[in-house]
Design a protein around this ligand. Structure first.
Ligand code: SAM
Ligand code: SF4
Length: 320
């Protein structure tokens, strides 16, 4: 079992399988000049599988696949199938939804149980602006395909940005009224391209919640678990609304996760710069015991709480 210095049990792994993306969201990646890792600089699928096996042996029971955009990396489906054989309690995935229409059924068959889709606006032009060219119709088709494939619960991730979509918060929450969608509002984080957006763009959960309360009173939907989201029901809604307040609230005391990047670094905290790299150990064919030793080292450097000091790191490399 993985337990850090502050007695938190770590049982959840997020894997960014690629830093590449078919969009360029303004709060995540710059338009040009993104240094994408070379093919040789990222872990091969078999190396990633060795990592995942080592984490499983150390007691991790839930995994989320993220990116960059995970659906752009070739070979993802067989990787998920291989991972599924290892017996995790749950394998989930976060995607921008652009390629989901075609892949939803195969993802489900490969072993993905549920999915999060990012969507920051309901307006075609605004969506194209924030993503620098994304086609919102593909995301809607992706959401439908996710329901059809049974990738449920389907969750939507909305990053709230002042002056961009803070006037759409109620409309976005209303998506949860007539379908069992779970709409989660995320505070903008000063990380990656998000760090050049000043405090002027930030909207706190408190402000977002106040708007949503106009739709009806919010009733807690579940006891707060180890995840960072709080979840609420609104009378007459099939789905729920949720809030991820990484900035306005410290949720670190119940943190249960570490993050693995495509180039083999394990980050104990989204906002920190410390990491342990497994890249050389894997490329040199080190023993599985050595890989597990490196994983256990991460428990020693996991901070008690986050310091917002990782502005230099791009969100597409670590996966949110
Ligand atoms: N490409 C996939 C997607 O967009 O869903 C997965 C990777 S993306 C980095 C994961 C999540 O991080 C997305 O929901 C995205 O909106 C969120 N994200 C990226 N940059 C952010 C920032 N600066 N602040 C808050 N959330 C951010
Ligand atoms: Fe790509 Fe996701 Fe980042 Fe948008 S948030 S640029 S979709 S990795």
């Amino acid at each position: 079992m993985l337990v850090d210095k502050y007695q938190r049990r770590i049982n959840y792994l997020r894997i960014s399988v690629t830093d590449k993306c078919n969009l360029r969201c303004r709060y995540c990646m710059p338009e040009t000049g993104v240094e994408i890792k070379s093919h040789d600089g990222i872990l091969r699928w078999e190396e990633l599988l060795r990592m995942v096996q080592a984490f499983k042996d150390e007691g991790v029971d839930r995994v989320r696949i993220t990116g960059g955009e995970p659906l752009v990396r070739k070979g993802l489906l067989s990787f998920i199938q291989d991972m599924n054989m290892l017996g995790f309690e749950e394998i989930s995935l976060t995607t921008n939804g652009i390629l989901l229409k075609k892949m939803a059924g195969e993802l489900k068959e490969s072993g993905i149980s549920r999915i999060n889709i990012s969507l920051d606006s309901l307006d075609k032009e605004k969506y194209a602006w924030i993503t620098r060219g994304g086609d919102i119709r593909k995301v809607f088709q992706g959401i439908d395909a996710a329901f059809q494939a049974g990738l449920e619960p389907v969750k939507l991730n909305v990053v709230v940005v002042k002056g961009f979509n803070d006037d759409e918060v109620m409309d976005l929450a209303l998506l949860a009224k007539n379908q069992p969608l779970h709409v989660r509002f995320i505070e903008l984080m000063p990380i990656g391209a998000g760090s050049i957006w000043g405090a002027d763009s930030f909207v706190s959960t408190k402000e977002t919640k106040k708007q949503i309360e106009r739709l009806g009173s919010l009733v807690p939907a579940e006891i707060i678990g180890n995840g960072p989201a709080e979840k609420w029901r609104i009378d007459g809604f099939q789905g729920t609304v949720g809030f991820i307040s990484a900035i306005s609230q410290h949720i670190c005391d119940r943190c249960n996760r570490v993050r693995l990047t495509a180039d083999g670094r394990i980050y104990p905290c989204l906002h920190g710069t410390n990491y342990v790299s497994c890249f050389n150990a894997l490329r040199n064919g080190d023993s599985q015991e050595n890989i597990k030793r490196l994983i256990r080292q991460v428990m020693e450097i996991k901070p008690r709480e986050h310091q917002l000091g990782s502005q230099g790191r791009m969100m597409n490399t670590i996966g949110g």
